[in-house]
Design a protein. Structure first.
Length: 351
């Protein structure tokens, strides 16, 4: 194409794609599918070392109940299905990388560079970074760092790792209650610690936890963890201070759930309009204040926004319909259904 010939030349080591997607969570993965149906190539960049975002990092084995067509699917299961779905479009994955810089080239395309030294040039950038980079909030317990990664964990990667362990779970929100319910059958003993006997979790989870307590299958202690005991990173006890003084709870594993600290990171320096660390978008295209840069999933905001995976899927579909007019303005786009379009089915490899 003549238009391509007039584009700014780039060095051979730069990866050229139609679209660079920043964030490889479920919404970023599904965006590959919607873009692929329109013959747009995509690269995925994510700070984590594997695709899946929070689903893979924080709750791979936790059930999700509001994905259409799946009465129940785990976070890991959902990511596996999405990876299978986008395989025909062969996206490139650039994991363990953070996009540090973004600049617009004279021809209107974008150049992105990561902290790993990768560089990309694309006509469209899609920010699907959830709430940004996230890290668990560390409870104010002296010396806890020495136990992290060995016997203190802030997320559950594999439930089986907690089999036959003496487990202390700290917190009163959904994560603490959900993992109390899910890990109780595996643990040798389980004690839930919360600073009060009121909880912020879903009422059904609270009722189920209280039923386990009534059946003496778990223990509940009101108070705050103030100290840890053990050697070489291996816990032997957690000290809990309550209204009646201090008590040592024997434990080999501890899971503190104090929430997450979300950091927008370098995205905050890309010149986009921001509202409380979220990116405002229009609801027809999900484009940001910068033409050619879109934001989908939990990172964006607009009137009526719901932070649900299924809403992010909807946003990805509309984004792709807008992106194709930027990437291939000369292309006549005819809306098609995968159920009836033989050309789409050929792209998917089903015929």
């Amino acid at each position: 194409m003549n238009d391509m010939a007039r584009e700014t030349p780039v060095e051979a080591s730069v990866i050229e794609k139609d679209v660079v997607i920043v964030g490889a969570g479920p919404v970023g993965l599904f965006a590959v599918f919607e873009l692929g149906l329109l013959d747009l190539s995509a690269a995925l960049v994510d700070i984590l070392d594997k695709p899946g975002g929070q689903c893979a990092e924080l709750y791979p084995e936790k059930p999700i109940y509001d994905i259409p067509g799946y009465p129940m699917i785990t976070g890991e299961g959902l990511v596996e299905k999405l990876m299978e779905q986008i395989a025909p479009f062969h996206p490139s994955y650039h994991l363990g990388s953070m996009v540090e810089t973004l600049e617009r080239l004279p021809d209107g395309r974008f150049r992105l560079a990561t902290d790993r030294g990768d560089a990309f040039v694309a006509k469209v950038v899609v920010i699907a970074a959830g709430g940004g980079s996230f890290q668990p909030k560390r409870p104010p317990v002296p010396g806890i760092e020495a136990y992290e990664g060995t016997s203190v964990f802030y997320s559950v990667r594999r439930m089986e790792d907690y089999r036959d362990q003496d487990l202390v779970i700290v917190g009163g929100g959904d994560s603490a209650l959900d993992w109390t319910l899910n890990l109780q059958p595996l643990a040798r003993s389980l004690t839930l610690v919360h600073r009060r006997d009121e909880f912020r979790a879903a009422p059904d989870s609270v009722n189920k936890m209280k039923a386990l307590l009534a059946d003496e299958k778990i223990r509940f202690v009101t108070g705050q963890v103030t100290g840890l005991k053990g050697d070489a990173g291996q816990l032997s006890a957690a000290t809990v201070k309550g209204k009646d003084g201090e008590v040592d709870l024997a434990c080999t594993r501890m899971l503190p759930f104090f929430g997450l600290t979300m950091k927008l990171g370098p995205v905050a320096n890309w010149g986009l309009n921001l509202e409380e660390n979220l990116i405002p978008v229009d609801t027809a295209r999900f484009e940001t204040s910068e033409h050619g840069i879109f934001a989908i999933g939990d990172i964006n905001t607009y009137p009526g926004k719901l932070k649900l995976i299924l809403c992010g899927f909807h946003e990805a579909a509309l984004m792709a319909q807008a992106a194709v007019h930027i990437c291939a303005p000369e292309k006549k786009v005819v809306f098609q259904y995968t159920t009836s379009s033989s050309s789409l089915q050929k792209k998917l490899g089903v015929i």
